[in-house]
Design a protein around this ligand. Structure first.
Ligand SMILES: O=C(O)[C@@H](O)[C@@H](O)[C@H](O)[C@H](O)CO
Ligand SMILES: [Mg+2]
Length: 403
């Protein structure tokens, strides 16, 4: 049996911060897991190096479920984004090791392929509706069948999801949280106009998505969902903060627009009521923040009972290790919906060489044994960690609001 002899936390910043756990076994087999929590990277790095790694040395790397239970129940303090991201990193690295030792890609260990490839969605954002539509047309021409639309709000200097002019979109943009002013009224006026223009320009077949990003109250979300119905959105995402899962009943009472939620979830308990009461249509919990492949399989299995599909988070602050793991996971489960795809920069791709590929709006993890991704430690060492925070929102009267 493969014994864990080393586990290293690798922090690198090729344009943005990533934290990676690399596990090595006594026969030299290695596995990698993403441990990146945007804006709180060092919290997870310390949790791993100070509290998890000492418990891993000497363990049987094949015993993935036992290690998961040991780290989850053994910590006593259960759940939370830091803990579950750390557990996820160990879990994914052990699935990588197991695949390499079996000579099989991880999706084959998860039951094999349930589809030829995974449909992915692109991001189209712009300061104006016109700019956003132009980007969406270009992404459609690249082959994407699904496109997320985010545009600026007239009267607001900046808003979630829209890059600064001429820059790549990277929300963690400052050594202290930058502050944006938010107006729900101004926002609710522009999104239906955006969707009307997008449906007109892109035609009936392209799936159109939108990320509300937790910024509406439940009734406002119901209003937005109803206003967008003529344009048939694929989903509205994070329509309202999801701590109160019951609040989603109010959205369901007012609209048939599909709802996606969960990128900030870190365990099945965050979405159990939403799924069992059919209050959502897609669950966005991810491998890196919700306890790894082992736990997300449980979320997907519960969701499948209620015809809820996956729509995993896949922003650039999730490393290529998570992208690879998400594609193995998405290829294998029966209720895959769609996978978010924000291509990383060439710098990041060089640090994380991988075998997943994009073709005509679909992605496949490749058939390399394990995850088919690694971290180039020499390259990684050349990019020093740089503290960066996500922004905060304030209403026009100064009230702190969801960003
Ligand atoms: O759906 C999405 O991709 C967003 O919600 C993310 O960009 C999110 O804002 C970042 O991942 C936060 O780090
Ligand atoms: Mg989102």
């Amino acid at each position: 049996m493969p014994i864990i002899t080393d586990a290293r936390v690798i922090i690198t910043c090729p344009g943005r911060n990533f934290v990676t756990l690399k596990i090595t076994c006594d026969d030299g087999t290695t596995g990698v897991g993403d441990a990146t929590l945007n804006g709180r990277e060092l919290a997870v790095a310390a949790y791993l190096s100070e509290h998890v790694v000492p418990c891993l040395i000497g363990r049987d790397a094949h015993r993935i479920e036992d290690v998961w239970q040991y780290l989850y129940k053994g910590a006593y303090w259960r759940r939370g984004p830091v803990t579950m991201t750390a557990i996820a990193a160990v879990d994914v690295a052990l699935w990588d090791v197991k695949g390499k030792l079996a000579g099989l890609p991880v999706y084959q260990l998860l039951g094999g392929a349930s589809r030829e490839a995974c449909m992915v969605y692109a991001h189209a954002n712009g300061t104006t509706i016109e700019d956003t539509i132009n980007v969406a047309l270009a992404e459609r021409d690249r082959g994407y069948k699904a496109i997320r639309l985010q545009c600026g709000v007239p009267g607001l200097a900046s808003t979630y999801g829209v890059a600064k002019p001429g820059q790549r979109y990277e929300p963690a943009d400052a050594a202290l949280p930058s502050e944006s002013v938010w107006s729900t009224e101004k926002y609710l006026r522009v999104v239906p106009e955006l969707f009307a223009a997008a449906r007109e320009a892109l035609g009936p077949d392209v799936h159109l998505l939108h990320d509300v990003h937790h910024r509406l109250t439940p009734i406002e979300a119901g209003r937005l969902g109803r206003d967008l119905e003529p344009y048939r959105p694929f989903w509205i995402e994070d329509p309202t903060p999801a701590e109160n899962q019951d609040a989603f009943r109010l959205i369901r009472q007012h609209t048939t627009t599909p709802v996606a939620v969960g990128e900030v979830f870190n365990s099945i308990w965050d979405c159990k009521a939403l799924i069992e009461n059919q209050l959502i249509d897609y669950v966005r919990a991810t491998i890196v923040h919700a306890g790894g492949i082992t736990h997300l399989r449980r979320v997907a299995a519960l969701a499948d009972l209620y015809q809820v599909r996956t729509g995993c988070h896949g922003a650039t602050d999730l490393s290529p290790v998570t992208m690879a793991a998400a594609l193995h996971f998405g290829l294998s489960i029966p209720n895959f919906g769609v996978q978010e795809h924000m291509p990383h920069t060439a710098e990041t791709d060089a640090v994380f060489p991988h075998s997943y590929r994009f073709e005509q709006g679909m992605m496949h993890p490749g058939d390399a044994p394990g995850l088919g991704v690694d971290v180039d430690e020499q390259l990684a060492a050349g990019y020093e960690y740089k503290r960066a925070y996500l922004p905060v929102n304030r209403l026009e009267d100064g009230t702190l609001w969801s960003w």
